[in-house]
Ligand binder design. Structure first.
Ligand SMILES: [Zn+2]
Length: 577
């Protein structure tokens, strides 16, 4: 365990604050609260690896979970359904921006807190670990005023850090930059950022169409997930806009194939595509304790085949007091492909995959493996770490190395399936939550109402109802506002952040319900907020209908069919007969 807390003597508020601040200081990206039978284990993820952090006795467990749920704006009365929340607060002089997720397990609620860290996005493109050659290419690419640049990689590969760094660099007085994101992970002054909201139909494609009428110079699309978005993004990029986006693929070649699979027209793609930046993250060797060791024959063979020269020594480490396990921080491994004319021709002419592969990797591209090996040679990371994140068999074919294949079979290489992959299955969960938040506090009728526009207040109520509980709550005054501001549908999805963080959704079903509601339902008093009741489409329609009926000579029997027959309609009908 990395930390000792005397939970019997420490107030729960302080214990939670201590964990949040300390984990953040240790550079953790996530904090896990795992309920076990005998106690609750807290773990933190640092540089992609989970470590045991502290043990919480069962007697404290419930209060601690409740405290976290309160400050993240969750419904504390609900523990059977997953919930999402957010914390934005300054605790002990540290600004924290956290996404919180709870999920019921058989041992109790498990909570995971994602710690957002903007420091990398703010330190500039130069700080992202691009090799000199790659950095030059990236800068050349982003200076072209049109075309599309794609940043690719798995979940948690630092794509959004790269995108935000590029945007910050392009953010100048003379450019109009508009983004459509899901979620907006970081606010950048001077950039117009739009949060998608699929529940009201504001998806990437819809937003993108409107953005094009907003005189943009640069457009950033959070992620290309579907054919429609891909097509609009490509079209936008050939009509004088620079388009940046991310896509879930492994490398440059896969990216081109994916776009073609999405039915993007070949001739458009070939002229639109400017470049592809693929990246992965490797743990960085601790500079304090790394030591040189001779390379093995196998390692030397790979260096020779991939980099063209032998490497007799590489670095490794067993850890020191500063780093613990030999690694400290992470470094990005890149493949930066500038699309040249040959590749453009190949894309538009529909040549075979193998031929395209040859073209891509015979261009002056530095592959992920090459870039990684250079970083191993430079002592920035280790050979072992590289083997975990790079699919050698792909590059191996390129190098035509048959001995490599045999060598690989001898060593036990586990291909890392991205530790941070928290892929979202958010839609169902979000829907459940928006319903559930209401059910916990108010009558279901009101829940339907409040879904229409005042979710922020709704969540606020959750918070307040929690406040009246027993938990000592000195933090709340300051967090209330922060939490409420988080409730706006700002956060939704981003690869590097909890993919399905907080989102306020408009539940389609609820809306249908409200449409089908009878008049009597609409009279239900809400103690939530007046505005909730002010906009009752059905009530107004009924009134209008009734008015029209009164002034119409048309017999009611001949009325056109309405699906919202209210009590007043019934009464009128009765009068007639
Ligand atoms: Zn060290």
């Amino acid at each position: 365990m990395l930390k000792q807390i005397d939970f019997e003597k420490t107030p729960v508020v302080e214990a939670v604050n201590d964990i949040l601040v300390d984990a953040s200081k240790r550079g953790a990206s996530d904090i896990h609260f795992d309920p076990l039978e005998e106690y609750m284990k807290v773990r933190i993820r640092v540089d992609g690896q989970l470590h045991d952090y502290v043990e919480v006795p069962n007697s404290i467990k419930k209060n601690l979970i409740t405290r976290i749920k309160i400050i993240s704006g969750m419904n504390i009365t609900e523990s059977r359904l997953p919930q999402d929340g957010a914390i934005k607060a300054n605790i002990k002089d540290i600004d924290l921006d956290l996404r919180v997720s709870s999920i019921p397990t058989i041992e109790g609620e498990k909570i995971v807190i994602r710690i957002l860290d903007y420091s990398m996005s703010n330190s500039g493109l130069e700080a992202l670990g691009f090799s000199d050659v790659n950095l030059k290419k990236v800068i050349q690419m982003i200076n072209v005023p049109n075309g599309i640049i794609l940043i690719t990689g798995a979940t948690g590969s630092g794509k959004s850090t790269t995108v935000y760094s590029i945007l910050q660099r392009l953010n100048k007085e003379e450019t109009n930059i508009i983004t459509v994101e899901d979620p907006i992970e970081m606010n950048i002054t001077g950039i117009n950022q739009i949060q998608t909201n699929s529940e009201i139909g504001l998806d990437f494609a819809t937003a993108l169409r409107s953005i094009l009428r907003q005189d943009p110079n640069i457009i950033m699309v959070g992620e290309i997930r579907d054919t429609e978005t891909a097509k609009i993004a490509v079209r936008a990029s050939i009509t004088g806009h620079l388009v940046l986006s991310t896509i879930h693929t492994n490398d440059s070649l896969n990216t081109i194939e994916r776009l073609l699979d999405m039915d993007v027209e070949r001739y458009l793609l070939s002229s639109a595509l400017t470049g592809i930046i693929s990246q992965k993250l490797a743990r960085k060797l601790c500079p304090h304790c790394r030591t040189k060791r001779p390379t093995t024959q196998y390692e030397n063979d790979i260096f020779k085949k991939v980099l063209g020269h032998e490497v007799s020594e590489v670095y490794s480490s067993n850890g020191c007091d500063i780093c613990g396990n030999g690694y400290s921080g992470r470094i990005a491994i890149h493949e930066v492909l500038m699309i040249n004319q040959d590749i453009k021709d190949a894309i538009s002419e529909n040549i075979r995959k193998e031929a395209l592969r040859e073209l891509v990797y015979n261009s002056d591209v530095i592959t992920l493996l090459q870039d990684g090996l250079e970083k191993v040679e430079a002592g920035l990371t280790t050979f072992e770490e590289l083997l975990k994140i790079i699919e050698l068999e792909e590059d191996e074919k390129l190098a035509g190395a048959s001995s490599l294949e045999r060598a690989l079979e001898d060593t036990s290489i586990t291909h890392n399936s991205d530790n941070n992959a928290v892929d979202s299955t958010d839609l169902t969960i979000d829907n459940t939550i928006s319903t559930e938040n209401g059910v916990g506090n108010v009558s279901s009728e009101k829940d339907v109402d409040s879904n229409s526009d005042l979710d922020a207040d709704d969540s606020n109520n959750v918070l307040e109802s929690g406040d009246s509980g027993n938990i000592d709550n000195e933090q709340n005054a300051s967090t209330d506002q922060a939490v409420v501001s988080q409730m706006k549908p700002v956060y939704q999805k981003l690869d590097d952040v909890v993919d399905d963080s907080y989102s306020v959704n408009y539940n389609d079903e609820s809306i249908d319900d409200s449409i089908n509601q009878s008049d009597s339902d609409l009279n239900v008093e809400s103690d939530n907020d007046d505005e909730d009741n002010s906009d009752k489409p059905m009530g107004i329609n009924d009134m209008l209908n009734n008015n029209m009926k009164k002034h119409d000579d048309v017999p009611l029997e001949d009325e056109p069919k309405k699906n919202n027959f209210g009590i007043n309609d019934l009464l009128n009908n009765l009068k007639k007969h």
